[in-house]
Ligand binder design. Structure first.
Ligand code: GLY
Ligand code: MN
Ligand code: MN
Length: 445
């Protein structure tokens, strides 16, 4: 029998993309304009390219899936406020790489007011931007900057004929990223789905794990599930680290054998309709935690569960992190891995020998999603619609002064959590993290 195929959530509608563009324009002065390029193909080797991945900001405002496009927003323009430049229709290229929507298709399928092929871009942009005072664009995009400078020079050269180039450039990113930080119901449905697929993938890897396999076998199980459920693949390079490889935070070689008696740490998530899942689970290769593994795991789990339970509007990520650091430091002292008073070990940061990353990040179209972590210089309060990870860990170095049973153990437990009016929703509850639950799942045939 074929494995279950989950129903797909609804895609983001053109009405929602339009509402996002309007909200951005409403926040800008009337005589401004926005320039936002999409992503281009990137060479992988010689004439093969990496699979295309649209730029997240561009996707957020358009849903347009092709490379080499440019969105121009022109608040108040009578002929249309949303203009898209895109690849031309080209029967020969389309025979090789697939149908292109072209300008007509872009208007028809994506609901922009006007679209033109890229060949018309420079000339049309000049006319469109003539008289706009401020040009909003991603200031860190060399491509956007080059387009802006070219248009400004062309308009400046015609100043005597009355042309008026935009006098100022401004960063569009802060406004756009604040909007992306608060997820709509449709976005939450996609994130929930990405999380659910990711959770199933982790269950599959847990069921498959055993001594004699290699890290890449578990990676193959994970990524099979991502694609089986219609995800585009991993949202970031999957991390499968057996034994001490778990202590390398971004270990992605995934080549080593899995040894009896070791733990394996998997940090992997699916991308679905460009939204990311991001889950970490750590479990014994042979299905049974040793005493030392159990002690460290129970410490991380308790701290992680308390942090998740605390999530509600008004709480800050800094408070969650402080709670995690305090809990881990107390536990490390209890296990004899740190000495002295809890506050002293927090103050001198000696806990950082075992835990050096932060506890949370925003999650959305990007796995480390956009949006400020501070507001007016202070850690910002959570509000409904934010989605974050909670991912404390412990990574014990292989050092002589550490009791041998603890050396080289790396543990992280990571869930994805949406903030709701009444508290929170854990999106990744579909994969177990309790010691007994993991052992039971791994023991089952
Ligand atoms: N997988 C990257 C992270 O957990 O932040
Ligand atoms: Mn992760
Ligand atoms: Mn993460």
């Amino acid at each position: 029998m074929l494995p279950e195929i989950l129903p797909r959530p609804a895609p983001i509608t053109n009405d929602e993309y339009l509402a996002r563009r309007r909200a951005l324009m409403a926040a800008l002065p009337a005589d401004s304009a926005v320039l936002l390029p999409g992503a281009s193909l990137v060479t992988r080797s010689r004439d093969s390219e990496f699979p295309f991945r649209q730029d997240s900001d561009f996707h957020y405002l358009t849903g347009f899936p092709e490379p080499d496009a440019l969105l121009v927003l022109l608040p108040g323009r009578p002929e249309g406020e949303s203009v898209l430049f895109c690849q031309d229709r080209n029967p020969l290229m389309e025979a090789w790489t697939g149908i292109r929507l072209g300008a007509e298709g872009a208007v028809r399928e994506h609901g922009v007011d006007q679209a033109f092929e890229n060949a018309e871009r420079d000339e049309r942009l000049e006319a469109m931007l003539d008289g706009r005072r401020t040009l909003y664009l991603p200031l860190d995009s060399p491509e956007a900057m080059a387009i802006a400078e070219e248009v400004r020079s062309a308009l400046a050269a015609r100043a005597r004929q009355g042309a008026s180039p935009p006098a100022a450039l401004a960063d569009v990113a802060p406004l756009l990223h604040e909007a992306r930080l608060i997820k709509s119901e449709a976005e939450l449905a996609l994130l929930r789905h990405a999380a659910q697929i990711s959770a199933r993938a982790h269950v599959r890897a847990m069921r498959t794990a055993r001594p004699g396999l290699a890290e890449y076998h578990l990676q193959a199980e994970l990524e099979h599930e991502f694609r089986w459920q219609g995800g585009s693949g991993p949202a970031y390079a999957s991390i499968v680290g057996g034994g001490a490889n778990a202590c390398v935070l971004h270990y992605i070689e995934n080549r080593a054998p899995l040894w009896d008696g070791d733990l394996v740490l998997i940090d992997a998530g699916a991308e679905f309709d460009l939204y990311a899942g991001d889950i970490t689970r750590t479990f014994p290769v042979n299905g049974r935690f040793s005493e030392a593994q159990r002690a460290l795991y129970a410490l991380v789990l308790g701290v992680q569960e308390r942090a998740v339970a605390a999530i509600a509007p008004g709480v800050t990520l800094a408070e969650l992190h402080e709670g995690v650091v305090r809990g881990l430091t107390e536990g490390l002292i209890g296990l004899g891995l740190l000495e002295g008073e809890v506050q002293a070990r927090i103050d001198d940061e000696s806990y950082r020998r075992f835990y050096l990353h932060s506890t949370s990040h925003w999650l959305g179209l990007d796995v480390h999603d956009v949006g400020g972590y501070r507001q007016a210089g202070e850690p910002r309060s959570l509000v409904p619609g934010m989605v974050l990870t909670v991912e404390p860990g412990l990574y014990v170095p292989d050092d002589e002064d550490i009791p041998a049973a603890f050396r080289g153990i790396g543990i992280r437990i990571e869930d994805d959590v949406a903030v709701t009016a009444g508290g929170h929703e854990v999106l990744t509850a579909g994969v177990p993290k309790g010691i007994d639950e993991i052992e039971a799942l791994m023991a089952a045939e």
